[in-house]
Design a protein around this ligand. Structure first.
Ligand code: FBP
Length: 551
């Protein structure tokens, strides 16, 4: 066994708390059924695709009495990117199942959905579970990004379960994985397989949320880790007073992480991709707005600041979005000629000559390194690897170019020096905050109660979670209720609706109300590291996003 640190040891002893109904009734709490439900949109199409699981009632747990239940075997997978608290979901599920019947068994399928398809699993024991309680990471059973979506895969999953006598599967994942959980649930009901499917909402990106799922787990801890780091950088910036820090923050598509970190730390600027798209801001406009902030401060000798940039920004800038589409197309059509070119310089020139005038105009002013990333790094399908584009460096370089132009006529030279950072992997496997430790354990425990109630096609849910835990409400939300139809890869498909930043919502409006003052002043807020032990007002705070959304 590897040596564990004193904090790990103390953390292992932490007993996560449960919503009152589960604390008092265990997984024997009774499922109280609400009214039949509808999908968020496209009801007719969704109902047709999910004839057996559409319209299920939402569930709230109410008191129930202990009863004898026959022993069962269940399986669990972690799917997609790591998020703090995944191990606690498994621990909550395990404890709930064992409380139902000490003979119950839980199999962890290894490496994400592929473990279920290829039948790679391990039986989880007290010893394994105990050594991972309240720890970060997904390393207990590891994760993967295989998409569980074809009928052939569903058939294999069914066979795997039948081979082991498994009658319930818990899928811990984001919107895509839970979309697949929904389709798998429908398939297994149609096959009369007698295998339940329960989902749990995971992703640091915070974009799996809706009226019933208030937040996905991991968002709380990850944003607190990033905010600590940003606060530290702000103190450094304010001490040396010579650098502008450009910090890109994870979040493949939505800007929730950047927005939450801005609310926690008060930077000079925070770009929100959803606002860029809504206002159709061009890259030039974004760079000019940031330059104005830098120039205003430089003229007052404040040659420092912090800019937060969401990872998904590039795909929300209208002309870059269409430029990328044209590049993908152009390179696919000229693949052989393009691949035969001797170096990157020649490849950039090749592309520049062939782009339509509007896209040439968007491409030409980009820094050389970004042009190279746009034409150089392709994924296995030959597409631009958008997530690898270093937008933080791109913005810093373009502001620098603007300042150099201004300095030609500026009486007192403006100073601008930048440092660039990307925070993502630093936060995904952090030890879960008390909020995430409790939330994840409660979600897993709720999943065990849904299994006990014989339900399938549900997502475990805890609501009212911006309040103290004794006011949390445990229940289950039909997965079909979150679905709508979207056009993806040329087809209309049913998917769980992704939650982007709501520009009318309180978190974004709070940024809008404050950003001018933050841009001008030195109003930094230093959140400090996550505290696990100590007063509740320090240790148990929800994120500002959650608190503002549920005032
Ligand atoms: P999930 O949506 O699967 O939870 O993953 C989110 C995320 O952490 C994004 O923030 C990031 O863009 C992406 O995963 C990185 O993926 P990878 O781990 O494959 O590099």
């Amino acid at each position: 066994m590897p040596e564990i640190s004193p904090l790990q040891k103390a953390r292992a002893a932490y007993q996560p708390r449960l919503p009152k109904i589960l604390a008092e009734n265990g997984p024997f709490a009774q499922a109280q059924l609400g009214e039949p439900t509808h999908s968020v949109a496209d009801q007719e199409a969704i109902q047709k695709l999910f004839p057996d699981t559409y319209g299920l009632p939402a569930i709230d747990f109410v008191p129930g009495s202990p009863r004898e239940t026959a022993p069962i075997r269940a399986g669990v997978i972690l799917s997609g990117g790591q998020a703090p608290g995944g191990h606690n979901v498994i621990a909550g599920l395990y404890d709930g199942l064992k409380k139902l019947n000490a003979q119950n068994q839980l199999f962890g399928f290894l490496g994400g959905p592929s473990g279920l398809i290829d039948d790679k699993s391990m039986l989880l024991t007290d010893e394994i579970i105990d050594s991972y309680r309240n720890t970060g990471g997904f390393d207990m059973i590891c994760s993967g990004r295989t998409k569980l979506e074809t009928e052939e895969q569903f058939q294999k999953v069914m066979e795997t379960c039948q081979r082991h006598g498994i009658t319930a599967i818990v899928i811990i994942g984001g919107d895509d994985s839970n979309t697949n959980a929904c389709t798998l649930a429908q398939y297994l009901v149609a096959q009369k397989a007698g295998i339940q499917v329960i989902g749990c909402p995971k992703t640091i990106d915070g974009d799996l949320k809706n009226k019933w799922i208030e937040v996905s787990f991991g968002f709380d801890t990850a944003t607190k880790v990033y905010s600590e780091l940003i606060g530290n950088i702000m103190r450094d910036a304010n001490s040396a007073r010579k650098y502008w820090h450009f910090i890109k923050l994870m979040g493949r598509s939505a800007s929730h992480i950047a927005l939450e970190c801005a609310l926690q730390t008060h930077p000079q600027a925070c770009i929100v991709s959803e606002e860029v798209a809504a206002k159709k801001l061009s890259l030039k406009q974004i760079v000019d707005q940031l330059t104005d902030i830098v120039v205003d401060r430089a003229r007052r000798s404040l040659n420092f600041g912090v800019v937060l940039i969401p990872e998904g920004l590039i795909e929300f800038i209208p002309e870059i979005q269409t430029l990328i589409a044209e590049l993908n197309d152009l390179l696919a059509k000229n693949q052989a000629a393009f691949d035969a070119l001797p170096d990157l310089e020649a490849k950039v020139a090749f592309v520049e000559e062939r782009l339509t005038p509007a896209h040439k105009e968007a491409f030409q002013p980009l820094p050389a390194a970004i042009k190279a990333q746009l034409v150089g790094d392709r994924d296995p399908h030959g597409n631009v690897q958008v997530s690898k584009i270093e937008t933080e460096k791109m913005l810093a370089e373009m502001i620098d170019a603007n300042i150099r132009v201004l300095n030609a006529t500026e009486p007192k030279k403006l100073k601008f020096s930048s440092q660039c950072h990307f925070f993502g992997y630093e936060g995904r496997c952090a030890a879960p905050s008390n909020f995430d430790a409790n939330y994840c354990y409660s979600l897993g425990y709720t999943a065990s109660a849904l299994i006990a109630a014989g339900k399938t096609g549900y997502m475990a849910s805890c609501r009212n979670i911006s309040k103290p835990i004794d006011q949390w409400v445990a229940g289950g939300i039909p997965l079909t209720m979150m679905m709508n139809m979207e056009h993806r890869h040329g087809k209309d498909v049913p998917v769980i609706k992704k939650a982007l930043v709501d520009l009318e919502g309180k978190p974004f409006q709070t940024l809008v109300e404050n950003r001018e003052a933050w841009a001008k002043g030195v109003d930094f807020r230093y959140p400090g590291p996550i505290q696990y032990f100590g007063p509740a007002e320090v240790c148990d705070l929800p994120t500002q996003t959650l608190a503002l959304e549920h005032l």
